[in-house]
Ligand binder design. Structure first.
Ligand code: CAA
Ligand code: NAD
Length: 285
């Protein structure tokens, strides 16, 4: 049974991109945010992104209109009741996710419905344990910006049923046209286990005064061919999210390289969260 009705929880950077990807793939999507106002701003972000894609000739005006028809937004979690798949993309805060999994696990009507998290680092097994349907819970980790990045990490936990994994692989490949890799349920999975210590090292380097932010970034763009430097990428991801991922990874492995440096803590405390707040290592107009 293929997946046609999807729910997304959280319409921030990732959730709004995930909604766009699903709607462009022809799936019906309900997006749930914390308030009516947050739901409306998520919808505005999705519309703006789809309009940009249409302006660049990537989708036709008809496809743009059809994609928008497939999206509804709400602040009511109960609207997820008829979904075949829910992708939770709320903030990277364990208590928030545990609460959502506890509630949504009981809201879903279809006993075959799958409940997933886009978490970067929180153990999937814990989310399954509170959901009342642990065999139908796993991680599905999209990359930022979701409409552009091809990769999706699929993370079954110790309690995920093999059929859940099979259905999610089909959804990612045949449904969305993305490329999956499978990772075990360890904080950071594959990509963040490699990426996050690199980003935190760049922040430490900047904090220690090795070079300017621009020169650290130019070093990695021009010297290693990366599409963007580590500090600009940190701003794109969100400094609060990187900090939360570093903390989860440090909690799990006690590896000093995963521990957030003081400058990152101070920037998050100051509300300098990167592109999404208008200022991080760089200002954004
Ligand atoms: N939404 C939709 N499309 C977007 C977009 C967005 N937010 N940002 C860029 N694009 C599209 C553009 O429309 C453009 O498409 P076309 O070429 O088809 O017209 C294409 O992406 C390139 O965009 P730009 O020309 O504006 O800019 P660019 O060439 O500098 O690329 C980038 C921007 C795609 C972000 C590129 O710099 C890049 O790949 N950066 C690295 C991103 C990365 O590493 N992401 C992973 C982060 S880690 C993560 O996600 C996991 C985690 O848990 C933290
Ligand atoms: P974000 O801060 O941009 O957005 C989070 C959204 O979740 C906010 O709009 C917030 O209002 C909403 N939210 C919080 N609690 C909620 C609740 N109880 N119900 C509904 N909505 C709620 O964060 P983001 O960058 O989109 O990250 C979301 C998730 O995706 C995190 O788990 C993060 O680790 C993961 N992730 C992030 C990136 C990235 O590059 N930023 C990449 C891959 C995965």
């Amino acid at each position: 049974m293929s997946i046609e009705r999807v729910g997304v929880i959280g319409g921030g950077l990732m959730g709004s991109g995930i909604v766009e990807v699903n709607a462009r793939a022809g799936l019906d999507v309900v997006l749930v945010e914390v308030s009516d106002e947050a739901a409306k701003s998520a919808h505005d972000r999705i519309v703006a992104s789809l309009e940009r894609a249409a302006d660049r000739g990537k989708i036709s005006p008809q496809d743009l209109a059809a994609a928008l028809e497939r999206i509804s937004v709400t602040d009511d979690l109960e609207r997820l009741a008829d979904r075949q798949l829910v992708v939770e993309a709320a903030s990277e805060v364990e208590q928030v996710k545990l609460d959502l999994f506890r509630r949504v696990g009981r809201i879903l009507i279809d006993e075959d419905a799958i409940l997933t998290s886009n978490t970067s680092s929180i153990p999937i097994v814990k989310l399954g344990a509170v959901s009342g349907r642990a065999d139908h819970v796993m991680g599905v980790h999209f990359f930022n910006p979701a409409p552009v990045m091809k990769l999706v990490e699929l993370i079954p936990s110790l309690t995920t049923a093999p059929t859940t994994m099979d259905r999610m692989r089909a959804y990612v490949t045949d449904g969305l046209g993305k490329e999956p890799i499978e990772a075990t349920d360890r904080a950071g999975f594959v990509v963040n286990s490699l990426l996050v210590p690199y980003l935190l090292s760049a922040i430490r380097m900047y904090e220690a005064g090795y070079a300017s932010a621009a020169d650290i970034d130019r070093g990695m763009v021009l010297g290693c061919g990366h599409p963007m430097g580590p500090l600009a990428l940190s701003d794109l991801i969100g400094l609060d999210t990187i900090r939360a991922i570093g903390i989860s990874m440090y909690d799990e492995f006690k590896e000093p390289l995963y521990s957030p440096p003081p400058l990152l803590d101070r920037m998050v405390d100051a509300g300098l969260l990167g592109k999404k707040s208008g200022h991080g290592f760089y200002p954004y107009g």
